[in-house]
Every structure is written in structure tokens, then in C-alpha cells.
Design a protein around this ligand. Structure first.
Ligand SMILES: *Cc1c(COP(=O)(O)O)cnc(C)c1O
Length: 355
């Protein structure tokens, strides 16, 4: 059996969820969209079900997968519905629904529903992606309340730059939000992971942690609270071949690495078809039998190469960790010019093993 696999530590997931709730004192929707950032949405939801205040996913397809697996708690659709004909299913499965655009608001006004909907009304406080304009927000709120179709509204917005702790952007968005919602007596939800960890002063009755649940820091700099997160996923495989090369020999596609000294090269069963980033350069950390070493040469589809020269005990069959407790996924992401979110979401082909 091919040794590439991703171990998923559900106890670490619960630890991270509790950290989000304890540090904020807020209710927390566990964001498990995109198959829980590659960690398996159903298993993650089951692991959190007993304690989570609710879940958030991107779309109704993801929500129905959870309902069919027996997840009964609140599930928020972060982009609401894409077509009005989803509304009967939203009602039937008691899903919570973001309203981010006027067309959605009008569709709710026109819908015939028996149960009142729970709506999270999104404001564009500065990200300029989705959300009602601040000047139209109060009117939108009042129209939904007057429609008779809505039982409860949570006021929400989303940060564009909460991961930049020295930027004034998040504070500006909060100011826009607070001004536009003044006088609306409803619960508020602003904080995603970087805002949960880095913006303690931002009000939020509900927080929406995503990446932090999986134990990865959203920040590029070291951060005290983020350091308390526990990595949930360990991506690992084994050395399947060893090469002893003199100095001056090319390794892998494009000869992107040439040995600088006599080198022991370990070939590992892991590639970009598993989701390991092809853009990770020579020098990206890996842990081999618990010892730090480095990736060398280009990542290929099913294999990659690592440096065993300074690890004389390592060899055929050695275990290689690509990210997990020893190698932070965020570090690999930075090396590869991306973010841990994408590193996790790209995972495929490898079996997920839960413990
Ligand atoms: C994905 C998402 C989140 C979670 O973001 P993280 O940075 O992963 O914590 C929160 N809110 C909304 C609206 C989202 O789309």
C-alpha cells in the first residue's frame, strides 16, 4: 500500500474550537466549508457536534451532506442561496442563510415559506466583495423583518485584512459597520480566525473560526495565541528509494537542484497530485524520522526528493512528515508562496486516517 496519508487528530480540532470560544467568550460557528478545509467535513462535524454552537459551509450541497450524515445543529450557508429554488430546501432542513445581495432579499420577500428563516445579513463594510452597502443596510434589515418570512437576523460582515495586525483596515471596517447598524438590536458576527486571535477588542456575539480550527496560524509572524493551536492534520509518507550521488549531479525534473556535495537523496511517495505544493522550493522543511531536513529539487506528481545527507540513520522506509506537529503547514505555505488554507484544500488522493 502506498504510504502517503493524512492523519487527522480530532481531539486537536476540539482543542482549537474551545480556544476560539474561550478567548472570545462568544458563540462560535465552526467553519467546515470545502470539506472542512480538506479535513473531512462530516467527521469534523461529528467530532464537534456535542459542543459546537453551529457550523458554517459555503453552499447548500455542503449543508445537505452534513444533514444526511445526521448533523442536526445549526448550519449557516455563508453565501446563502445561489438560486431562489433552494429556499424550500433551506426551510425543510432548517438551514441558516446569509443574505449578501439585494436579489436574495427580494427572493425571500417573494418566497412562500411556512417556517420563519434565520438570516445572517451581510454588510460590505470595506472588503467590496459581497454584502449590502452600508447605506442600504438598515433598509434591508427592515424589509426582511417586515417580510414576515424571517424570524431572526444576525448582523454580519467580513474582514479583508484581519491577518495584518499592524493595518488600520479592520478598525475602519468595524467603524463603518458600527455606524451603519446603530440602533439595530440584533446579534453581531464579525470575527474570522485572524480576528478571533488578533483583534480582541472587536465585538462579536458570534465568531466564525475556520483555519484556526485546523491548527494553522493565519499570521505570517509568530503570535502568542496562535502558538496555542494544535495542528490537526499530519501529512506523511515514507522514503521508497535512496540514491548516493557525488557532487555536481542533477536531481529531478528540470535539474532544478544540483548536488553541492556528496549527497544522500531520499525519494518519497508524495507529489503534487496529493496536494503537496509544486511550488515548494529546495529548502522547504520536512521532518524525517523526527529530524528536520529539507526538500531538494522539483516536486513531481507522485514523488519528491529530500536530503538525507546529515541523517545517517535515515533511509529506506523512514517516515517523512510534510506538515504536522514538527513542520507547520503555514511555514510550507509561505515557502511555496501560498497560504495554509490552500495547502489544506488542495489535499487529494491521500487517505484521511482519523484518531
Ligand atoms: C471562510 C469564512 C470564514 C472563516 O475564515 P477563517 O479565516 O478560515 O477563519 C469566516 N467567515 C466567512 C464569511 C467565511 O467565508
Amino acid at each position: 500500500m502506498r504510504p502517503a496519508r493524512a492523519l487527522i487528530d480530532l481531539e486537536a480540532l476540539r482543542h482549537n474550537y474551545r480556544l476560539a470560544r474561550e478567548t472570545t467568550g462568544a458563540k462560535a460557528l465552526a467553519v467546515i466549508k470545502a470539506d472542512a478545509y480538506g479535513h473531512g467535513a462530516v467527521r469534523c462535524a461529528q467530532a464537534l457536534q456535542a459542543e459546537a454552537d453551529g457550523f458554517a459551509v459555503a453552499c447548500i450541497e455542503e449543508a445537505l451532506e452534513l444533514r444526511q450524515a445526521g448533523i442536526t445543529g445549526p448550519i449557516l450557508l455563508l453565501e446563502g442561496f445561489f438560486e431562489a429554488d433552494e429556499l424550500p430546501l433551506i426551510e425543510q432542513h432548517a438551514l441558516w442563510c446569509v443574505v449578501h445581495s439585494t436579489w436574495q432579499l427580494e427572493a425571500i420577500e417573494r418566497a412562500s415559506l411556512r417556517q420563519p428563516l434565520t438570516v445572517w445579513l451581510k454588510m460590505d463594510s470595506g472588503m467590496h466583495r459581497v454584502g449590502l452597502h452600508p447605506a442600504e443596510y438598515r433598509d434591508g434589515y427592515q424589509r426582511l423583518m417586515a417580510s414576515g418570512k424571517v424570524g431572526k437576523i444576525v448582523l454580519m460582515s467580513h474582514f479583508a485584512r484581519a491577518d495584518e495586525l499592524d493595518s488600520g483596515s479592520a478598525a475602519e471596517q468595524v467603524a463603518v459597520f458600527e455606524q451603519a447598524r446603530a440602533g439595530l438590536a440584533a446579534e453581531v458576527s464579525l470575527r474570522n480566525s485572524p480576528a478571533v486571535l488578533g483583534w480582541p477588542q472587536v465585538p462579536s456575539d458570534w465568531v466564525r473560526p475556520g483555519i484556526m480550527l485546523y491548527g494553522a496560524t493565519p499570521f505570517e509572524q509568530p503570535h502568542e495565541l496562535a502558538a496555542r493551536l494544535k495542528p490537526v492534520m499530519t501529512l506523511e509518507s515514507k522514503v521508497i528509494s535512496v540514491r548516493e550521488l557525488p557532487a555536481g549531479q542533477p536531481v529531478g525534473y528540470g535539474a532544478r537542484f544540483v548536488t553541492e556535495r556528496p549527497t544522500r537523496v531520499g525519494v518519497v511517495a508524495m507529489g503534487y497530485a496529493d496536494g503537496y505544493p509544486r511550488h515548494a522550493p529546495t529548502g522547504t522543511p520536512v521532518a524525517i524520522d523526527g529530524q528536520l531536513s529539507r526538500l531538494i529539487g522539483r516536486v513531481s506528481m507522485d514523488m519528491l526528493t529530500v536530503d538525507l545527507t546529515d541523517l545517517p540513520q535515515a533511509g529506506l522506509g523512514s517516515r517523512v512528515e510534510f506538515w504536522g506537529a514538527q513542520v507547520p503547514a503555514s511555514e510550507v505555505a509561505i515557502q511555496a508562496g501560498t497560504i495554509p488554507y490552500q495547502i489544506f484544500c488542495n489535499l487529494r488522493r491521500v487517505p484521511l486516517i482519523y484518531r
